[in-house]
Design a protein around this ligand. Structure first.
Ligand code: AVJ
Ligand code: FE
Length: 433
């Protein structure tokens, strides 16, 4: 019980340290717009504080509003990202003071909260999980903004385990049903619920995410000039943007270079490809004679344990993600080489399902059968439909607090400033099944 309070307090502290590190910069960098796709960094910073005020202080704590007059400024639905620079935002110093003031009272609510309360915001500390995951997701968004800005400084050079070339390229998942989603993860979002049985025919899925090496073969084969591989919308995206390679790649003679956080280096061929949009992932898969996995195929390959019939929290089981299992939490500012995490393998033998890159799936973002919006429709419900594709697994920039087998991310199919890659799948033939 108190143990959970301590864990929550530590996680609140850790995520705030992270946000403050990313925004420890000159006012100009924080208030400028680096891309119409992104908010000014100082908007994200005050927004996470305002979100805490709305959910922990007002909704869960019953505390009177601290600064109701700024709610509209930090409501993501009132102003699209491209228009946020013109908002009367708090200046960086004021934003830091505001979020610190809110945070002080968040700790008051935490000391008083009863984790066994029938109130679903209180029970098992849900509302704290909500704001911790929310802030980590915005931190990842801030990293994408900083990457677009070209600012140096966020490359981190923690050593990652070496890659392991060789071995099977795909793993087999036999036909059968599994439990998708969750009723038991205490901090799962509404979109991960409820748990429900899904029956799948047999399929093959890549053991690893698609590497830069494999993706480069697509470029070399003229894949970006061949409409055969692209859907009509994908081809339109490709011609309108003039894209010739993943975002942040440039060519010099025979060598592809990539730039990350202001540092330019030859593309490391043994890493998962990142900064591709859904259309690129889908086109590559067709070129390779494969397809993207559905979300259900991805989740079953990630967590289903045929031995117990249950779906694991992480591919390897229930242990928290550590540095030997997966590349998470911005320890290094890059995906780890292919094969770096044998001890992070899932029951079917798929590796690097969690960490490294978000993985595009074939699926649009839809509610599970029996979905109930909680605690508010603007987290998930308003995004359901055909406009978004689901990404799974979490990137090197995702925090372990916001990563699990059932976690669902989504974005427009044109987006590639996010830390996105993919792996391929194919249906088994009747003989194989
Ligand atoms: C789940 C990453 C798509 O960033 O739009 C942040 C998370 N929701 N604030 C997003 C989110 C509200 C969301 N994604
Ligand atoms: Fe938000």
């Amino acid at each position: 019980m108190n143990d959970l309070k301590e864990r929550i307090a530590a996680q609140l502290q850790a995520v705030r340290d992270r946000s403050l590190t990313y925004t420890d910069a000159e006012d100009d960098l924080l208030t400028r717009q680096h891309s119409p796709l992104m908010s000014p960094l100082v908007w994200d910073l005050a927004h996470v504080g305002n979100y805490e005020e709305l959910w922990v202080l007002r909704a869960a704590g019953g505390i009177e509003p601290v600064r109701p007059e700024i709610d509209d400024i930090y409501d993501a639905f009132k102003t699209p990202r491209k228009d946020r620079p013109s908002l009367p935002m708090l200046r960086p110093a004021e934003a830091r003071r505001y979020i610190e003031g809110v945070r002080g009272r968040v700790f008051d609510v935490l000391s008083a909260v009863d984790f066994d309360s029938p109130d679903p915001l209180h029970r098992q500390g849900f509302v704290f999980g909500l704001v911790i995951q929310h802030e980590h997701q915005h931190d990842e968004t801030m990293l994408a903004t900083l990457q677009l800005s070209g600012e140096p400084g966020l490359v981190r050079d923690a050593a990652l385990p070496p890659g392991r070339p060789g071995g099977p390229e795909e793993v087999f998942v036999p036909a059968g049903s599994f439990l998708m989603g969750t009723d038991t993860q205490p901090w799962a979002y509404d979109n991960e619920r409820p748990a429900h049985r899904v029956d799948l025919p047999a399929y093959w899925i890549d053991r690893f995410p698609v590497s830069n090496q494999a993706y480069t073969a697509f470029l070399d084969a003229g894949g970006y000039d061949d409409p055969r591989w692209w859907t009509p919308e994908g081809w339109r995206w490709r011609t309108e943007t003039g894209a010739v390679a993943p975002l942040f790649w440039t060519r010099d003679g025979d060598t592809w270079w990539r730039t990350r956080f202001g540092r330019t280096e030859p593309v490391p061929m043994d890493e998962p490809v990142q900064h591709v949009c859904w259309y690129e992932a889908d086109a590559y898969a067709r070129f390779a004679g494969r397809r993207l996995p559905t979300e259900a195929e991805w989740e079953k390959a990630c967590g289903f344990d045929p031995g117990t019939g249950r779906t694991r929290t992480y591919p390897w089981g229930e242990d928290d993600p550590g540095p030997g299992r997966a590349n998470l939490g911005h320890r290094a500012a890059r995906p780890a080489p292919i094969g770096a995490y044998p001890s992070g393998a899932s029951p079917c033998g798929a590796e690097q399902m969690v960490g490294d890159v978000w993985e595009w799936t074939a699926s649009t973002f839809q509610p599970y059968p029996g979905f109930r919006s909680f605690p508010y429709p603007e987290y998930s419900e308003v995004f359901f439909g055909s406009g978004y594709r689901v990404l799974r697994g979490g990137s090197w920039a995702a925090d372990p607090a916001a990563v699990r087998t059932t976690f669902r991310n989504w974005d427009h199919p044109i987006r590639r400033q996010i830390f996105s890659g993919f792996r391929c799948a194919r249906s088994a033939t009747p003989e194989q099944a």
